[in-house]
Design a protein around this ligand. Sequence first.
Ligand code: SF4
Length: 604
Amino acid sequence: MKTDPDKKSFGVSSEPGVYLMRDACGKIIYVGKAGNLKKRIGSYFSRQAQLDIKTRALVNKISTFETIITRTEKEALILESNLIKRHKPRYNVILKDDKRYPSLRLDINSPYPNLTIVRDIKKNGSIYFGPFASSNAVRETLKIINKTFKLRKCKTKEFKKRSRPCLNFQIKACFAPCCFDVDKSAYHEIVKEVAMFLNGRTSDLICKIKNEMISAAKAQSFEQAAVLRDKLFAIEKTLEKQVVVTTDFKDRDVLAVAGSPEHYLITLMFIRKGRLLGIRHYSFSETMSDNAEMIGAFITQYYEKTPFIPNEILVPIHLIDAPLLEDWLYILKGEKVNILHPKRGEKARLLNMAIKNAEDRLKDQTASDVSDMDLLSRLCKRLKMERVPLRIECFDNSNISGTEPVAGMVVFEKGKPKRSSYRKYRIKTVPKQDDYAYMAEVLKRRYGKGAKSNPYPDMLMVDGGKGQMNIAVSVIKDLKLDSYFEVIGIAKKDEKSGEKEDKIYKPGRVNPINFGREGDLLLFLQRIRDEAHRFAITFHRKRRGKASLYSALDAIPSVGKKRKAILLKHFKSIKKIRAATIEELSALPGISHAVARSVKSALK
Ligand code: SF4
């Protein structure tokens, strides 16, 4: 049902359901759910004076809203989550980091399992441990395990191909099951120990190793006893580094929220078997959700992707939706999950610890934002710009003698790189090497699409000095966008003529801008230029690498158009052709053993 918020008599149902708020352009800007739609929507419009200034400003952006009635609140929760995923509304809390957190996979289907770092959890019988708070944390754990336990370290592909053991065998870090007939049950005993270690059953593990050590000593196998002693020391040393935060040794996650007018932050503390394994912070800006809705949205989005859900989640606020969320988590985990808001005792202490961490992090973040804004305001003044360059776009070309010419655009928003907005361009219309023409083509493609080119930057920066800058100015003028944003050029210093620093040019000025004592402004612009350069050159290398591989295929005398097409149709990419074995290649129609051999050697 669609309604205009200006009409005070909403006629909205009091049943549970989902509401979708739209802006003046009809875009969905917020999706929410409610047990009583009428009450919830009324709270936005009829009691505006009770809302804080920021929420009031956001509510004023709502042009229309619609509601979808559901049979139960649980249905509303699922529908809300699906609609948020589909529409990604601007003022909802959305977990942007969808690179799932790293976990460790123990492939127990293999005769000699190994541990690998993965981000995807597949239901293929492997055992997963994690998620870890960061890539560093997972790498550190893997390093400790590799040092302490003699699991194989190589990837399965390499393991199958080895004809000789690698260095790990020489340094006694692996039994080399790749080449020797290692006793499978002894190897699986190690696998069990690794699983105990990763599951936090360290006291059981320590007890097991101690008993083995005593037995080895009794049997006068002193060398074996010494190995076990070293293993014990290594495990105990690792445990010393981990902080024990609870005495009940349970798994639990602790959530906290901190907010400022510009930012919100949700902090997640992972506690496994009573030990604090890590802390992650998630920031959000501009949201219409209150703290309880933010925590609810976080729980639904985060636990849907994570491989491990603890039996207890501590939250900093009483959640009316807690029973609904618990039901939903039960479906995901297959076990009861309690969402608790503790007020006293050990759990409340943990919660305070998470809140303190969230507040400290928010303070740091706010301080860094203030200094970025200060820098941008000074840059605006120094460059005599009309408005602060909150969004800066910088372009750079990359090619070698005109081969595979490409360009890259990087975006800095509020002084920070916004990688999701970076763009790569393959030059399409310039037949011979011409750096100015490359720049003109790319700028027309970026800004010449009318409304689709939005958002425009406040400042456009081109690498290459006055020449490139003048091209940018003329393209922008032709597109009638010269009143929209400023253009500057950055040129490398000419060391031969004794220049000491890179030069920043502005249209209409003969000499570069002198930054005087504000060297940090020039450094900031250089950082953006370097990022554009890195981005463009990486793309160019990738293109060149691909092109040279394709031409390597062309250079094989026995591979004509037909065979090339057969190979590409089957393997889809040169990378896969290169990885294929001679047998796989020669299994294709028209590819003999001899042709397969020449393909292999040409693509080596
Ligand atoms: S010795 Fe063999 S099994 Fe062990 S890590 Fe090296 S290649 Fe892998």
